[in-house]
Design a binder for this molecule. Structure first.
Ligand code: GA4
Length: 334
């Protein structure tokens, strides 16, 4: 878990209200690489600005998602049930988890997107164009960040992480979430301000993949688990910023760095008066990839923390478990 404190990362870069690092990607290397590593060690989470993804594309993706969710239920259901990819309402995974949301889970592969676009959109070429452009842009951003991480960690192979995402067989996903307001009548408090009542929209979990890139509309909801200086666990709200991306370390990156980088636990709240939309790219390796601590991350003083496993084995395990399970613990070295 991450510690909420006066952070060395925050002394070097801007931080938002709860001390989450804000990293300006236009900063020169190797400075920026070092700050990214610090943020991933301390928080497993940070926000990026000056990321190079066009605002037009971000808005087109948001509009495309909004149009999809405004379709009648039977049109959205043409995406097929989430087994595991498709359109889902409230049910998450296969083991009884529920949330206050509807979602579309897509493989990031262009032919998958093209195939789904034909059944769920009245303008399939435009849908495919926007989603593929967006996936291309966030995949590129993920690879850049992973290369900077590798550089900051002083790995001999600075493409060690990014080649897994740029592989044509990468198993990356795109998740599009819509958290409807759960009480439209409860939109004003006594003094006329928006009432802040919330419910858990998507429960506590860590992301299983290598890296996640999230963008939301201007509605709050994302929270990350931290511990305060007294050692108590606290949910720290992350202020929304539709111009930025929020990056988090996934379980596989924690395993490959032998536990140096932290796969942060997080959740999303649904709010009573405003619809929240979030779009998350989950950067993953090909199914057959063997995941193990990189040799540069292991030494006699720092022995291997996890047994090697394939992404396919990890996925099989994760689908057998509840959302909140700390599944990487099952792969700890004996
Ligand atoms: C959490 C991160 C991603 O949203 C996701 C989720 C997946 C799903 O919704 O199908 C899982 C969850 C996530 C981890 C445990 C399993 C699988 C729901 C669930 C209960 C798409 C992913 O890859 O793992």
């Amino acid at each position: 878990m991450v510690v909420l404190s006066t952070s060395p990362v925050c002394n070097q870069t801007a931080c938002n209200a709860v001390g989450i690092p804000v990293i300006d990607l236009s900063r020169p290397r190797p400075d920026v690489s070092r700050i990214i590593v610090e943020a991933c060690k301390e928080f497993g989470f940070f926000k990026v600005i000056n990321h190079g993804v066009s605002k037009t594309l971000m808005e087109q993706m948001e509009n495309t998602a909004r149009e999809f969710f405004s379709l009648p239920a039977q049109e959205k259901e043409k995406a097929g049930p989430p087994t595991p990819l498709g359109y889902g309402v409230r049910n998450i995974g296969f083991n009884g988890d529920v949330g206050e949301l509807e979602y579309l889970l897509l493989h990031a592969n262009p032919s998958f997107i093209h195939h789904k676009a034909k059944v769920i959109s009245k303008e399939p070429s435009f849908f495919s164009y926007v989603v593929n452009e967006y996936v291309g842009a966030v995949r590129h951003l993920s690879c850049e960040i992973l290369d900077m991480l590798a550089e900051g960690l002083k790995l001999r192979n600075t493409k060690a992480f990014s080649t897994l995402l740029s592989d044509l067989e990468s198993d990356s996903l795109l998740r599009i979430n819509h958290y409807p307001p759960w009480n439209k009548n409860n939109n004003l408090s006594m003094n006329g301000n928006k009432c802040g009542s919330t419910r858990i929209g998507f429960g506590e979990h860590s992301d299983p993949q290598i890296i996640s890139v999230l963008r939301s509309n201007d509605v709050e909801g994302l929270q990350i688990l931290m511990s305060d200086p007294g050692g108590n666990s606290v949910w720290a709200p992350v202020a929304p910023d539709p111009d930025a991306f929020f990056i988090n370390v996934g379980d596989l990156l924690q395993a490959m760095t032998n536990g140096r980088l932290l796969s942060v636990r997080h959740r999303a709240m649904a709010n009573s008066h405003e619809a929240r939309q979030s779009i998350i790219f989950f950067g993953a390796p090909p199914l057959h990839s063997l995941i193990s601590s990189l040799p540069d991350m292991v030494s006699p003083a720092d022995p291997r923390k996890y047994n090697p496993f394939t992404w396919s084995e990890y996925k099989k395990t994760m689908y057998q478990l509840r959302l909140s399970h700390s599944r990487l613990d099952l792969f700890q070295a004996d």
